[in-house]
Write a protein that binds this ligand. Sequence first.
Ligand code: PEP
Ligand code: MN
Length: 354
Amino acid sequence: MGDQRVIIRMQQNSSTNDLAKLFHTLEKKGFMARYVPYRDDCFVMVEGRVDRDLALQGIPGVEEVISTSNPFPLASLELTNGKHSTVEILPGLNIGGGHKLVMAGPCAVESRDQILECARSVKKAGASILRGGAFKPRTNPYSFQGLGSEGIALLAEARKITGLPVISEVMSMETIEWMMPHVDILQVGARNMQNFPLLKALGKVDKPVMLKRGPMATVDEWLQAAEYILLGGNRRVILCERGIRGVETRTRNTLDLNIVPLVKSLSHLPVVVDPSHGTGIRELVAPMSLAALAAGADGLIVEVHPKPEEALSDGMQSLTTLQFSALMKSIAKLMPALEVFREGEEPCHSVTVM
Ligand code: PEP
Ligand code: MN
Protein backbone atom coordinates (compact mmCIF):
# COMPACT_ATOMS: atom_id res chain seq x y z
CA MET A 1 0.00 0.00 0.00
CA GLY A 2 1.23 3.46 -0.85
CA ASP A 3 0.85 6.92 0.60
CA GLN A 4 -2.40 8.18 1.99
CA ARG A 5 -4.32 10.02 -0.75
CA VAL A 6 -7.56 11.89 -0.96
CA ILE A 7 -10.08 11.60 -3.77
CA ILE A 8 -13.15 13.77 -3.89
CA ARG A 9 -16.22 12.54 -5.71
CA MET A 10 -18.18 15.52 -7.02
CA GLN A 11 -21.96 15.64 -7.11
CA GLN A 12 -23.55 15.05 -10.51
CA ASN A 13 -24.95 18.56 -10.52
CA SER A 14 -21.85 20.35 -9.21
CA SER A 15 -21.03 23.55 -11.08
CA THR A 16 -17.75 24.98 -12.35
CA ASN A 17 -18.15 27.54 -9.62
CA ASP A 18 -18.24 24.75 -6.98
CA LEU A 19 -15.13 23.29 -8.54
CA ALA A 20 -13.31 26.61 -8.57
CA LYS A 21 -14.17 27.13 -4.89
CA LEU A 22 -12.97 23.64 -4.00
CA PHE A 23 -9.66 24.19 -5.81
CA HIS A 24 -9.29 27.51 -4.03
CA THR A 25 -9.97 25.88 -0.62
CA LEU A 26 -7.42 23.17 -1.37
CA GLU A 27 -4.88 25.72 -2.48
CA LYS A 28 -5.30 27.63 0.76
CA LYS A 29 -4.61 24.39 2.63
CA GLY A 30 -1.43 24.00 0.57
CA PHE A 31 -2.64 21.32 -1.87
CA MET A 32 -2.70 21.09 -5.64
CA ALA A 33 -5.38 18.97 -7.25
CA ARG A 34 -6.31 17.42 -10.54
CA TYR A 35 -9.78 17.29 -12.03
CA VAL A 36 -10.79 13.94 -13.56
CA PRO A 37 -14.06 14.32 -15.43
CA TYR A 38 -15.68 11.10 -16.60
CA ARG A 39 -18.90 10.97 -18.56
CA ASP A 40 -20.98 9.97 -15.56
CA ASP A 41 -18.81 10.73 -12.54
CA CYS A 42 -16.30 13.46 -11.70
CA PHE A 43 -13.42 13.31 -9.28
CA VAL A 44 -10.89 15.70 -7.86
CA MET A 45 -7.62 13.98 -6.98
CA VAL A 46 -5.62 15.80 -4.33
CA GLU A 47 -1.97 15.59 -5.30
CA GLY A 48 0.66 14.23 -2.97
CA ARG A 49 0.43 12.62 0.43
CA VAL A 50 -2.40 13.72 2.69
CA ASP A 51 -2.12 12.57 6.27
CA ARG A 52 -4.60 14.93 7.87
CA ASP A 53 -8.31 15.58 7.63
CA LEU A 54 -8.85 18.24 4.99
CA ALA A 55 -12.30 19.06 6.37
CA LEU A 56 -13.89 19.18 2.93
CA GLN A 57 -17.20 17.65 3.89
CA GLY A 58 -20.08 20.01 3.34
CA ILE A 59 -18.32 22.14 0.70
CA PRO A 60 -20.77 22.80 -2.17
CA GLY A 61 -20.51 20.21 -4.95
CA VAL A 62 -18.58 17.69 -2.84
CA GLU A 63 -20.36 14.35 -2.62
CA GLU A 64 -17.80 12.13 -0.93
CA VAL A 65 -14.27 12.47 0.37
CA ILE A 66 -12.37 9.22 0.06
CA SER A 67 -9.14 8.76 1.92
CA THR A 68 -7.18 5.79 0.65
CA SER A 69 -3.72 4.28 0.56
CA ASN A 70 -4.55 2.22 -2.51
CA PRO A 71 -1.91 2.91 -5.20
CA PHE A 72 -4.53 2.60 -7.95
CA PRO A 73 -7.59 4.33 -6.46
CA LEU A 74 -9.38 4.98 -9.76
CA ALA A 75 -8.94 1.38 -10.89
CA SER A 76 -9.90 -0.03 -7.52
CA LEU A 77 -13.06 -1.90 -6.67
CA GLU A 78 -13.47 0.41 -3.67
CA LEU A 79 -14.17 3.33 -5.98
CA THR A 80 -17.30 1.65 -7.33
CA ASN A 81 -18.33 0.16 -3.99
CA GLY A 82 -17.66 -3.35 -5.21
CA LYS A 83 -19.50 -3.08 -8.53
CA HIS A 84 -17.73 -4.19 -11.69
CA SER A 85 -17.78 -1.63 -14.48
CA THR A 86 -19.37 -2.01 -17.85
CA VAL A 87 -17.27 -0.45 -20.59
CA GLU A 88 -19.24 0.75 -23.58
CA ILE A 89 -17.42 -0.01 -26.80
CA LEU A 90 -20.16 1.30 -29.04
CA PRO A 91 -23.80 2.03 -28.22
CA GLY A 92 -25.31 -1.40 -27.55
CA LEU A 93 -21.95 -3.20 -27.38
CA ASN A 94 -20.55 -3.50 -23.88
CA ILE A 95 -17.98 -5.48 -21.95
CA GLY A 96 -17.77 -6.08 -18.20
CA GLY A 97 -20.36 -6.08 -15.45
CA GLY A 98 -21.94 -9.23 -16.89
CA HIS A 99 -21.44 -8.43 -20.59
CA LYS A 100 -19.06 -10.84 -22.29
CA LEU A 101 -17.70 -10.85 -25.82
CA VAL A 102 -15.13 -12.41 -28.11
CA MET A 103 -12.62 -10.52 -30.25
CA ALA A 104 -10.99 -12.48 -33.04
CA GLY A 105 -8.88 -12.03 -36.14
CA PRO A 106 -5.36 -12.35 -37.40
CA CYS A 107 -2.27 -11.33 -35.48
CA ALA A 108 -1.46 -8.94 -38.30
CA VAL A 109 -3.33 -7.49 -41.23
CA GLU A 110 -1.46 -8.93 -44.22
CA SER A 111 -3.60 -8.24 -47.28
CA ARG A 112 -7.08 -7.18 -48.31
CA ASP A 113 -8.14 -10.74 -49.07
CA GLN A 114 -6.76 -12.08 -45.81
CA ILE A 115 -8.44 -9.53 -43.53
CA LEU A 116 -11.77 -9.65 -45.40
CA GLU A 117 -11.91 -13.43 -45.41
CA CYS A 118 -11.00 -13.52 -41.75
CA ALA A 119 -13.48 -10.79 -40.80
CA ARG A 120 -16.35 -12.51 -42.58
CA SER A 121 -15.64 -15.88 -41.04
CA VAL A 122 -15.13 -14.69 -37.44
CA LYS A 123 -18.33 -12.67 -37.72
CA LYS A 124 -20.21 -15.72 -38.97
CA ALA A 125 -18.84 -17.75 -36.08
CA GLY A 126 -20.13 -15.16 -33.60
CA ALA A 127 -17.20 -12.85 -32.75
CA SER A 128 -18.27 -9.30 -31.90
CA ILE A 129 -14.99 -7.51 -32.59
CA LEU A 130 -12.34 -7.93 -35.28
CA ARG A 131 -8.71 -7.86 -34.19
CA GLY A 132 -5.78 -7.15 -36.48
CA GLY A 133 -2.41 -5.53 -35.92
CA ALA A 134 -1.12 -2.92 -38.35
CA PHE A 135 1.83 -1.92 -36.18
CA LYS A 136 3.57 -5.04 -34.92
CA PRO A 137 5.98 -4.97 -31.97
CA ARG A 138 8.31 -7.71 -33.19
CA THR A 139 11.25 -8.97 -31.19
CA ASN A 140 13.42 -9.14 -34.30
CA PRO A 141 13.76 -6.04 -36.46
CA TYR A 142 13.91 -8.21 -39.60
CA SER A 143 10.52 -9.82 -38.86
CA PHE A 144 7.35 -8.52 -40.57
CA GLN A 145 6.59 -5.19 -38.92
CA GLY A 146 2.99 -4.84 -40.08
CA LEU A 147 1.47 -2.86 -42.94
CA GLY A 148 1.25 0.36 -40.89
CA SER A 149 -1.20 2.93 -42.21
CA GLU A 150 -2.16 0.65 -45.10
CA GLY A 151 -3.12 -2.01 -42.53
CA ILE A 152 -5.35 0.46 -40.71
CA ALA A 153 -7.02 1.38 -44.01
CA LEU A 154 -7.69 -2.32 -44.71
CA LEU A 155 -9.13 -2.81 -41.22
CA ALA A 156 -11.37 0.21 -41.78
CA GLU A 157 -12.58 -1.38 -45.01
CA ALA A 158 -13.25 -4.71 -43.27
CA ARG A 159 -15.16 -2.83 -40.58
CA LYS A 160 -17.27 -1.07 -43.21
CA ILE A 161 -18.04 -4.23 -45.14
CA THR A 162 -18.79 -6.53 -42.20
CA GLY A 163 -19.99 -4.01 -39.64
CA LEU A 164 -17.62 -5.52 -37.07
CA PRO A 165 -15.95 -3.03 -34.72
CA VAL A 166 -12.18 -3.16 -34.76
CA ILE A 167 -9.37 -3.41 -32.21
CA SER A 168 -5.78 -2.64 -33.21
CA GLU A 169 -2.52 -1.96 -31.42
CA VAL A 170 -1.26 1.58 -31.04
CA MET A 171 2.52 1.60 -30.64
CA SER A 172 3.25 5.29 -30.55
CA MET A 173 1.64 8.54 -29.52
CA GLU A 174 2.00 10.03 -32.99
CA THR A 175 -0.40 7.55 -34.57
CA ILE A 176 -3.23 7.90 -32.03
CA GLU A 177 -4.93 10.79 -33.74
CA TRP A 178 -5.25 9.31 -37.19
CA MET A 179 -6.05 5.81 -35.91
CA MET A 180 -8.96 7.23 -33.89
CA PRO A 181 -11.62 7.33 -36.64
CA HIS A 182 -10.75 3.85 -37.90
CA VAL A 183 -10.61 1.72 -34.76
CA ASP A 184 -13.10 1.12 -31.96
CA ILE A 185 -10.64 -0.04 -29.29
CA LEU A 186 -7.01 1.00 -29.03
CA GLN A 187 -4.81 -1.86 -27.85
CA VAL A 188 -1.69 -1.23 -25.77
CA GLY A 189 0.65 -4.14 -26.35
CA ALA A 190 2.34 -6.05 -23.56
CA ARG A 191 5.69 -4.46 -24.35
CA ASN A 192 4.21 -0.99 -23.99
CA MET A 193 2.38 -1.58 -20.73
CA GLN A 194 4.68 0.86 -18.96
CA ASN A 195 5.14 3.33 -21.81
CA PHE A 196 3.97 6.15 -19.59
CA PRO A 197 3.83 8.94 -22.21
CA LEU A 198 1.66 6.65 -24.36
CA LEU A 199 -0.59 5.80 -21.39
CA LYS A 200 -0.95 9.50 -20.52
CA ALA A 201 -1.88 10.30 -24.11
CA LEU A 202 -4.49 7.51 -24.09
CA GLY A 203 -5.97 9.03 -20.95
CA LYS A 204 -7.04 11.95 -23.13
CA VAL A 205 -8.82 10.03 -25.87
CA ASP A 206 -12.51 9.28 -26.10
CA LYS A 207 -12.10 5.64 -27.06
CA PRO A 208 -11.83 2.40 -25.09
CA VAL A 209 -8.28 1.22 -24.44
CA MET A 210 -7.32 -2.42 -23.90
CA LEU A 211 -4.18 -2.59 -21.77
CA LYS A 212 -2.25 -5.83 -22.05
CA ARG A 213 -0.28 -7.09 -19.09
CA GLY A 214 3.47 -6.88 -19.58
CA PRO A 215 5.22 -10.28 -19.73
CA MET A 216 7.14 -9.46 -16.55
CA ALA A 217 4.58 -7.26 -14.80
CA THR A 218 2.95 -7.93 -11.47
CA VAL A 219 -0.76 -7.30 -11.03
CA ASP A 220 0.02 -4.18 -8.99
CA GLU A 221 2.26 -2.75 -11.73
CA TRP A 222 -0.43 -3.51 -14.31
CA LEU A 223 -3.19 -1.83 -12.30
CA GLN A 224 -0.98 1.21 -11.70
CA ALA A 225 -0.41 1.38 -15.48
CA ALA A 226 -4.20 1.33 -15.94
CA GLU A 227 -4.39 4.15 -13.39
CA TYR A 228 -2.36 6.40 -15.74
CA ILE A 229 -5.09 6.11 -18.38
CA LEU A 230 -7.90 6.53 -15.87
CA LEU A 231 -6.25 9.58 -14.31
CA GLY A 232 -6.17 11.28 -17.71
CA GLY A 233 -9.98 11.18 -17.79
CA ASN A 234 -10.54 8.05 -19.88
CA ARG A 235 -12.61 5.62 -17.87
CA ARG A 236 -13.02 3.08 -20.65
CA VAL A 237 -10.11 0.80 -19.77
CA ILE A 238 -10.15 -2.96 -20.38
CA LEU A 239 -7.41 -5.19 -18.98
CA CYS A 240 -5.98 -8.12 -20.94
CA GLU A 241 -4.01 -11.05 -19.52
CA ARG A 242 -1.76 -12.48 -22.25
CA GLY A 243 0.65 -14.65 -20.34
CA ILE A 244 3.78 -13.90 -18.40
CA ARG A 245 7.30 -15.19 -18.60
CA GLY A 246 7.72 -18.19 -16.34
CA VAL A 247 9.98 -21.21 -16.12
CA GLU A 248 8.18 -23.24 -18.77
CA THR A 249 9.78 -23.28 -22.20
CA ARG A 250 7.37 -25.61 -23.97
CA THR A 251 4.75 -22.88 -24.07
CA ARG A 252 5.41 -19.35 -25.35
CA ASN A 253 4.20 -17.77 -22.11
CA THR A 254 2.48 -18.90 -18.94
CA LEU A 255 -1.16 -17.88 -19.11
CA ASP A 256 -1.83 -16.61 -15.63
CA LEU A 257 -5.50 -17.38 -15.06
CA ASN A 258 -5.05 -16.84 -11.32
CA ILE A 259 -5.29 -13.15 -11.97
CA VAL A 260 -8.80 -13.25 -13.40
CA PRO A 261 -10.55 -13.74 -10.06
CA LEU A 262 -7.71 -11.89 -8.32
CA VAL A 263 -8.04 -8.72 -10.41
CA LYS A 264 -11.80 -8.91 -10.08
CA SER A 265 -11.37 -8.72 -6.33
CA LEU A 266 -9.11 -5.66 -6.66
CA SER A 267 -10.46 -3.68 -9.59
CA HIS A 268 -13.75 -2.76 -11.25
CA LEU A 269 -12.23 -2.96 -14.74
CA PRO A 270 -13.22 -5.72 -17.19
CA VAL A 271 -10.64 -8.46 -17.78
CA VAL A 272 -10.09 -10.10 -21.17
CA VAL A 273 -7.88 -13.15 -21.69
CA ASP A 274 -5.66 -13.76 -24.72
CA PRO A 275 -5.08 -17.52 -24.90
CA SER A 276 -3.18 -17.17 -28.20
CA HIS A 277 -0.16 -15.26 -26.87
CA GLY A 278 -0.71 -16.90 -23.49
CA THR A 279 0.11 -20.33 -24.89
CA GLY A 280 1.72 -19.84 -28.30
CA ILE A 281 0.32 -23.22 -29.34
CA ARG A 282 -2.83 -23.60 -31.46
CA GLU A 283 -3.96 -26.81 -29.75
CA LEU A 284 -3.97 -25.13 -26.34
CA VAL A 285 -6.06 -22.14 -27.38
CA ALA A 286 -9.53 -23.71 -27.15
CA PRO A 287 -9.06 -25.38 -23.75
CA MET A 288 -7.55 -22.22 -22.26
CA SER A 289 -10.33 -20.08 -23.75
CA LEU A 290 -12.90 -22.19 -21.94
CA ALA A 291 -10.82 -22.13 -18.76
CA ALA A 292 -10.57 -18.33 -18.93
CA LEU A 293 -14.34 -17.96 -19.17
CA ALA A 294 -14.82 -20.45 -16.36
CA ALA A 295 -12.45 -18.32 -14.26
CA GLY A 296 -14.72 -15.32 -14.86
CA ALA A 297 -13.07 -13.48 -17.76
CA ASP A 298 -15.24 -10.82 -19.39
CA GLY A 299 -14.00 -11.69 -22.84
CA LEU A 300 -11.44 -13.34 -25.05
CA ILE A 301 -9.14 -12.11 -27.78
CA VAL A 302 -8.20 -14.95 -30.11
CA GLU A 303 -5.91 -15.07 -33.13
CA VAL A 304 -7.52 -16.60 -36.21
CA HIS A 305 -6.02 -16.91 -39.68
CA PRO A 306 -7.56 -18.34 -42.86
CA LYS A 307 -4.21 -20.07 -43.58
CA PRO A 308 -2.17 -20.17 -40.38
CA GLU A 309 0.72 -21.98 -42.07
CA GLU A 310 1.19 -18.94 -44.33
CA ALA A 311 0.78 -16.29 -41.60
CA LEU A 312 3.46 -13.59 -41.47
CA SER A 313 3.31 -13.60 -37.67
CA ASP A 314 2.07 -15.94 -34.95
CA GLY A 315 0.82 -18.69 -37.28
CA MET A 316 1.65 -21.39 -34.71
CA GLN A 317 -0.86 -19.98 -32.26
CA SER A 318 -3.55 -18.98 -34.77
CA LEU A 319 -6.73 -21.01 -35.07
CA THR A 320 -8.09 -21.85 -38.49
CA THR A 321 -11.49 -20.33 -39.20
CA LEU A 322 -13.00 -23.79 -38.78
CA GLN A 323 -11.34 -24.27 -35.38
CA PHE A 324 -12.55 -20.86 -34.28
CA SER A 325 -16.08 -21.67 -35.25
CA ALA A 326 -15.87 -24.93 -33.27
CA LEU A 327 -14.54 -23.00 -30.27
CA MET A 328 -17.48 -20.58 -30.43
CA LYS A 329 -19.85 -23.54 -30.36
CA SER A 330 -18.14 -24.94 -27.27
CA ILE A 331 -18.34 -21.51 -25.63
CA ALA A 332 -22.06 -21.35 -26.34
CA LYS A 333 -22.47 -24.68 -24.56
CA LEU A 334 -20.31 -23.68 -21.63
CA MET A 335 -21.94 -20.33 -20.84
CA PRO A 336 -25.28 -21.59 -19.47
CA ALA A 337 -23.40 -23.92 -17.12
CA LEU A 338 -21.30 -21.01 -15.88
CA GLU A 339 -24.38 -18.95 -15.17
CA VAL A 340 -25.66 -21.67 -12.88
CA PHE A 341 -22.24 -21.81 -11.29
CA ARG A 342 -22.23 -18.04 -10.77
CA GLU A 343 -25.72 -17.78 -9.41
CA GLY A 344 -25.77 -15.38 -6.53
CA GLU A 345 -22.87 -13.39 -7.96
CA GLU A 346 -23.24 -10.35 -10.21
CA PRO A 347 -26.23 -10.73 -12.53
CA CYS A 348 -25.44 -11.39 -16.16
CA HIS A 349 -27.28 -8.52 -17.90
CA SER A 350 -26.64 -9.64 -21.43
CA VAL A 351 -24.33 -11.90 -23.32
CA THR A 352 -23.40 -10.61 -26.74
CA VAL A 353 -22.38 -13.87 -28.28
CA MET A 354 -22.20 -16.68 -25.83
C1 PEP B 1 -0.75 -9.04 -30.40
O1 PEP B 1 -1.85 -8.91 -29.87
O2 PEP B 1 -0.60 -9.44 -31.58
C2 PEP B 1 0.46 -8.80 -29.60
C3 PEP B 1 1.58 -8.38 -30.14
O3 PEP B 1 0.26 -9.08 -28.30
P1 PEP B 1 1.22 -8.83 -27.02
O4 PEP B 1 1.40 -7.34 -26.95
O5 PEP B 1 0.41 -9.40 -25.92
O6 PEP B 1 2.49 -9.58 -27.26
MN1 MN C 1 0.21 -11.93 -32.30
